[in-house]
Design a protein around this ligand. Structure first.
Ligand code: HEM
Ligand SMILES: *[C@@H]1O[C@H](CO)[C@@H](O)[C@H](O)[C@H]1NC(C)=O
Ligand SMILES: *[C@@H]1O[C@H](CO)[C@@H](O)[C@H](O)[C@H]1NC(C)=O
Ligand SMILES: *[C@@H]1O[C@H](CO)[C@@H](O)[C@H](O)[C@H]1NC(C)=O
Length: 328
């Protein structure tokens, strides 16, 4: 408002107050942000994601997860892509786990070749996540774009802000609430685990001596528990299993049907249905999504658009990175 303080004439005041308020309104993301500056961006990203999925179908899951891990730390600003000593890649939820960075580099190169210095790495993650869902057989939506890239990585923010698979459901809900997402978003977005894989290190706590009981987690199907014990026993924690045993690479509601049958892989998955810490709301949503796949797909789209709107940098904040791994 400082720039307006010279105004003394009352008739000008109204007009200037309105325009000064306008300055303070946060710029919104839109679907047509690149309509003139980079009209081919969606085609170029789609082509690169297709290439990556033809090489390895799981890459769709890895790209979807990167968008999530980006948005929960300093907002959707491409911070997860930065290398360096404070890199979020070294935070516990990402170390030996987050993948797809080379694919993001390839997409960025292709986008730069089409329209140099125009499209942010944060937007590339949002578009690639959408394309990954669509190419895995999931719902389509129009991606809101216009994000700019952040100037810092936040390793401690990644450690504290991203949910851990061993977090109680109430802690997970609190971490979602902290970025403006609600309980419905927790359950619908957990449905992202309809594709992709998890390492033994992330669920081994459930297999051998759950909570000091000397046995597997009683909320894990016993056949599945013995299969996973065989997979994980004596290994280095890097062996992987599919997160959705019915349809590993297909984006559908089988993840929720699995939870009804105690076949969730992570404690944070099964807990949505089985934990007894007062999360009746998550249990009811799991039941709804397990019987109504369209409701899941519809809610997932609403929630991922919300997630993509977490504290974006717009206007002249941040920058358009030339290389997603380093600030300009
Ligand atoms: C609700 C809290 C969540 C927790 C505790 C959680 C935790 C995890 C863990 C531990 C893994 C396996 C990582 C590894 O083995 O290295 C994983 C994988 C994955 N997560 Fe989540 N996640 C959550 C929410 C989400 C959300 C919101 C999405 C996206 C909408 C998502 C998408 C994925 C995908 C697609 C994979 C598979 C990645 C791959 O195969 O490369 N997750 N998650
Ligand atoms: C890192 O994230 C934490 C938690 O959200 C936040 O309080 C802090 O300001 C962030 N630091 C930087 C440098 O962005
Ligand atoms: C299981 O954990 C408990 C508590 O940490 C421990 O006392 C017990 O020895 C463990 N049992 C086995 C079989 O490792
Ligand atoms: C898993 O794989 C990573 C990367 O290849 C390796 O550095 C690590 O030592 C392995 N073991 C564990 C327990 O993470």
């Amino acid at each position: 408002m400082k720039a307006c303080s010279f105004v003394s004439h009352p008739s000008l005041l109204i007009i200037l107050i309105v325009s000064c308020l306008g300055v303070e309104v946060r710029a919104q993301l839109t679907t047509d942000f690149y309509a003139t500056s980079c009209p081919t961006v969606f085609t170029v990203v789609r082509r690169e994601v297709i290439k990556a999925l033809m090489n390895e179908m799981r890459m769709g899951a890895s790209l979807l997860r990167l968008h999530f891990h980006d948005c929960f730390v300093n907002g959707c600003d491409g911070s997860v892509l930065l290398d360096g000593s404070n890199s979020e890649k070294l935070a516990f939820p990402n170390r030996n786990s987050a993948r797809g960075f080379d694919v993001v580099d390839a997409i960025k190169t292709a986008v730069e070749n089409a329209c140099s210095g125009t499209v942010s790495c944060a937007d590339i993650l949002a578009i690639a996540a959408r394309d990954s869902v669509v190419l895995s057989g999931g719902p389509a939506w129009q991606v809101l774009v216009g994000r700019r890239d952040g100037l810092v990585a936040n390793q401690s923010g990644a450690n504290s802000g991203l949910p851990a698979p061993t977090d109680p459901i109430n802690t997970i809900i609190a971490k979602f609430n902290a970025v403006g997402l609600d309980t419905t978003d927790v359950v619908s977005l957990s449905g992202g685990h309809t594709i992709g894989r998890a390492r033994c290190a992330t669920f081994t706590n459930r297999l051998f001596n759950f909570s000091g009981t000397g046995a597997a987690d009683p909320t894990m199907d016993s056949t599945m528990a013995s299969e996973l014990q065989t997979l994980c026993r004596g290994g280095d924690g890097n062996a992987t299993t599919v997160l959705d045993h019915n349809s590993a690479d297909v984006f559908d509601n089988h993840y929720f049907i699995n939870l009804l049958n105690q076949k969730g892989v992570l404690s944070s998955d099964q807990g949505l249905f089985s934990s007894d810490e007062g999360v009746a709301a998550t249990k009811a949503l799991v039941q709804t999504y397990s019987s109504n796949g369209n409701q899941f797909l519809k809610d997932f789209v609403t929630s991922i658009i919300k997630m993509g709107n977490i504290r974006p940098l717009t206007g002249s904040s941040g920058e358009i990175r030339k290389n997603c791994r380093v600030v300009n």
